[in-house]
Unconditional design. Structure first.
Length: 352
């Protein structure tokens, strides 16, 4: 580990702290683009999200938002259909949304071009102004995260979620825009509350002694669970499994035991909170540890709980990942790992 990382002055932690302003800038720039989204989506019926890695986890949020609040069928693309199998599909009536932090991942750029050739209308979400992905799309929504130097995505991820919320609004989502405008302030509050909580060092210390964990959420926060599991794997080398709690109950819950705790995420409201609370009770009742993130009522049944945002479920994921990011950064340092430069990873990943 580098000397600065061992002292806690990691680039990852600095970039986590930059998220309130990055989100504020992004919303200021992108909210006026809702009409552009509506225009390019005119005549489409379905949304196809094209992404990999953290961007794919962001796309899971986009899918739930579009289906639950904008009334459109949404799916996640398999880029290999375009790049490896090279199959042409009929994508007329489809709005293809490609998501890439850098806008330089060749597979994503190629897949967006393929979607256009197959008849889709196209939008890009990227932090890379002037990138190949931005140039390839009919509408490019450029996030305002600024340069991100740590390999694990933090502010580029949350600003992607903000861009997807804008797309949802542009597609007619039945949500209150004022909730989205509150996100930057809520992220700032959650950072302060998490770092001052007793739960953060407690969970960090306990996770430092286990080889793996299950990370679970459902519906709108499912993508958040996948993203937190990914961060635990890439920055802490923990064997973390991200699952919807519905899938977890279908068999994989058998892996939750005294050596494999569960991290459970929930918004403070919505149809999935009660089920998450019940799952936490089942985990602790079986002798395992359950760590909550968000969902005030989770604190009553979990071993430790990190504070979440005071936001409705549809927009909670933009802030709910932040306590998880802080946990990952703290755990990496506790394990003697520099979270800024995890082994085997680069900022831009190219796949064949």
């Amino acid at each position: 580990m580098t000397e600065s990382a061992s002292r806690g002055a990691t680039r990852m932690r600095a970039e986590i702290g930059e998220q309130p302003e990055a989100l504020r800038r992004t919303l200021d720039v992108l909210l006026p683009r809702m009409s552009d989204v509506g225009l390019v989506a005119r005549g489409t019926r379905q949304v196809l999200f094209i992404a990999r890695g953290s961007s794919d986890n962001a796309a899971v949020y986009g899918r739930y938002l579009v289906e639950s609040h904008a009334g459109r069928l949404a799916t996640l693309a398999a880029p290999s259909i375009a790049t490896t199998y090279k199959k042409k599909l009929d994508l007329s009536g489809v709005l293809a949304v490609a998501i890439s932090q850098s806008g330089k991942t060749e597979e994503i750029v190629e897949t967006l071009g393929w979607a256009a050739d197959c008849g889709a209308r196209t939008i890009a979400v990227t932090n890379g102004a002037g990138s190949p992905l931005a140039e390839a799309a009919e509408v490019a929504l450029i996030t305002e995260a600024g340069d991100e130097l740590a390999v694990p995505a933090t502010k580029t991820y949350t600003t992607q979620l903000a861009a997807l919320a804008v797309i949802g609004l542009g597609l007619g989502a039945d949500v209150d825009l004022s909730h989205l405008r509150r996100v930057p302030d809520e992220v700032a509050r959650v950072i302060e509350a998490t770092e001052s909580s007793e739960a953060l060092p407690a969970i960090t210390e306990e996770l430092a002694g286990v080889p793996g964990a299950v990370v679970s959420g459902r519906g709108m926060v499912f993508g958040t669970a996948l993203e937190l599991a990914l961060k635990l794997k890439e920055a802490c080398y923990l064997h973390a499994m991200g699952l919807s709690y519905a899938d977890l109950l279908h068999g994989p819950i058998a892996v939750v035991d005294s050596g494999t705790p569960a991290i459970l995420l929930a918004a403070d409201s919505g149809p999935n909170l009660a089920g998450t609370i019940a799952l936490a009770g089942r985990v602790t009742g079986a002798g395992s540890r359950a760590y909550g993130v968000g969902g005030h009522a989770l604190a009553e049944v979990c071993s430790h709980t990190l504070p979440g945002p005071d936001l409705p479920e549809w927009v909670a994921p933009l802030a709910l990942i932040v306590p998880g990011q802080l946990l990952v950064e703290a755990l990496a340092r506790r394990l003697g790992i520099d979270p800024d430069v995890p082994r085997g990873l680069n900022k831009v990943t190219q796949t064949g």
